[in-house]
Design a protein. Structure first.
Length: 97
């Protein structure tokens, strides 16, 4: 990890994607997951939670290294799974509007 990554959590779209299995990277339950989360949605939801998101669009998730999905760095304010659930919930609320 680079120095600027210290104190940050990495949120990959794969963590929140309903289509992924746990084996393929999803870290939250299916009922909390969203279909095809996009970087801008993750960024907006993290910003609403005041997690200071930084988008890195040119990155590929290690388990699917051939597919550039990007990632979002956020402040480390608690367990990754809890924060991922909050971000997914925020995306669901944005999509309802």
């Amino acid at each position: 990890m680079l120095m600027r990554d210290r104190g940050k959590l990495v949120i990959w779209p794969a963590y929140l994607n309903l289509a992924n299995s746990r084996k393929n990277g999803r870290i939250i339950s299916k009922k909390d997951s969203v279909k095809k989360p996009e970087l801008n949605e993750i960024e907006k939801a993290a910003a609403k939670l005041e997690l200071n998101p930084e988008v890195e669009a040119g990155k590929a998730y290690p388990k699917s290294w051939w597919e550039v999905s990007g990632r979002v760095l956020i402040d480390n304010n608690g367990p990754k799974t809890v924060i991922a659930k909050q971000i997914a919930k925020g995306i669901k609320q944005m999509r309802e509007k």
